[in-house]
Structure formats: C-alpha cells, structure tokens
Design a protein around this ligand. Structure first.
Ligand SMILES: C[S@@+](CC[C@H](N)C(=O)[O-])C[C@H]1O[C@@H](n2cnc3c(N)ncnc32)[C@H](O)[C@@H]1O
Length: 179
C-alpha cells in the first residue's frame, strides 16, 4: 500500500519529469499543505474551481481517498491531458461549467461543504464573487493567486473571515471568525 508521503513524492517526481511541460498547476508545497490540512481537519467535501491539467485535483484526491471524501471540480475547458490517476475517478465529479453560475448551482445542490478552493478567474470580480458565494456553504475558503487582486483581503474584512492557513502571500485558507 502506498503511504501519503510516497504518494506526494510520486506527484512531485511526476511534475519534474513527465508533467514538466504542463503549466498552470499549484506549487508542490501548496499541494502538500492542502493535503495535510484535509487530513488534519478530516475534510470530506472539497469544491474547487479551475482544473487545468488537474494538479490541485490530484493533491485533493490523494487526501480525500484517505478521509473517505469526494471532490467536485468546475472547469469550462476540460483539457485532453489530465494528470489525475484513473483510480480516483470514482471520488471525482468534473463539472464542465463556468463560475460563478456553475458554482452557485453546484453549491445549491451540495448544501454544506468543508473546503472551497478558488483557482479560476483571477479578476477581482471573479475572486470576490466566488468567495462570497462559497461563504454561505463552506467551512473553509482557500484560494490561489490571492496577490493578484485585493479581493481576498476585502472579502476577509467585509465578511468577517480570518486566516486559517497563511501561505506565502500567494495563497491561503480562511475560516469564519466566531464573534
Ligand atoms: C490556474 S488554472 C487552474 C490550475 C489548477 N487548479 C491546478 O492546480 O492544476 C486556471 C483554470 O481556471 C479555468 N477558468 C477560468 N475561468 C473560469 C471560470 N469562470 N470558471 C471556472 N473555471 C475557470 C481555466 O480554464 C483554467 O483551466
């Protein structure tokens, strides 16, 4: 049986070799931090926007296969090359849709989810809109490319969420502040 550490090493090696030409994925250290967070919090439901070639999806699925969870991803342009191993297909629902409309309808169906992860439209409106929609459904909201606009900081202030995992300034995970 593959351990978590071996699985993460495998992703890293894949990225440095076979997947070296595939751009757009979250950094390996971000994937590892999210993987560990999912295990630590025993997270079962993750919703993400932006699959590209599936690197974030792969880290999520590695962790969710251990917590007995499921991943729901939203992406309008599903690529021919997806890196996610076939053994995780049963844990993964790929929604060919555009956010925010696709996100709103998916979250309406799912109700409450544990973690929402943004990595799609990195405009201010795209980011703020997704965080705001997710705030009604998610225990944790995470995001890549938070340094692209002021949306992450504005959302925290306006909606009363606080840092749960503070990344390098490029990514982070928030939780609702208890008043
Ligand atoms: C940076 S890539 C995602 C990388 C991926 N999370 C990973 O770690 O491998 C951004 C993706 O978001 C998708 N995207 C852009 N706008 C979107 C939208 N409004 N809704 C959903 N996906 C969108 C793009 O097609 C692209 O594949």
């Amino acid at each position: 049986m593959t351990t978590g550490a071996e699985a993460l090493r495998h992703i890293q090696q894949y990225r440095q070799t076979v997947g070296a030409g595939l751009k757009l994925g979250i950094e390996h250290e971000v994937g590892v931090a999210l993987y560990e967070f999912i295990l630590e919090q025993r997270i079962k439901t993750v919703v993400e926007t932006g699959i590209a070639h599936g690197f974030s999806s792969w880290y999520f699925l590695e962790a969710l296969s251990q917590t007995g969870g499921r991943l729901y991803s939203i992406e309008p342009h599903v690529r021919e090359v997806l890196v996610v191993p076939g053994k995780y297909q049963h844990l993964w629902q790929v929604n060919k849709a555009v956010s925010p409309a696709g996100l709103i309808s998916l979250l309406k169906k799912l109700g409450q989810v544990d973690l929402f992860w943004h990595d799609s439209d990195h405009t201010y409106a795209g980011q703020f809109g997704e965080y705001a929609v997710a705030s009604h459904h998610a225990r944790f909201i995470g995001s890549h490319d938070i340094n692209r606009t002021g949306a992450y900081i504005a959302f925290k202030d306006l909606y009363g969420w606080r840092d749960r995992l503070a990344g390098t300034g490029k990514w982070g995970v928030l939780e609702k502040a208890v008043s």
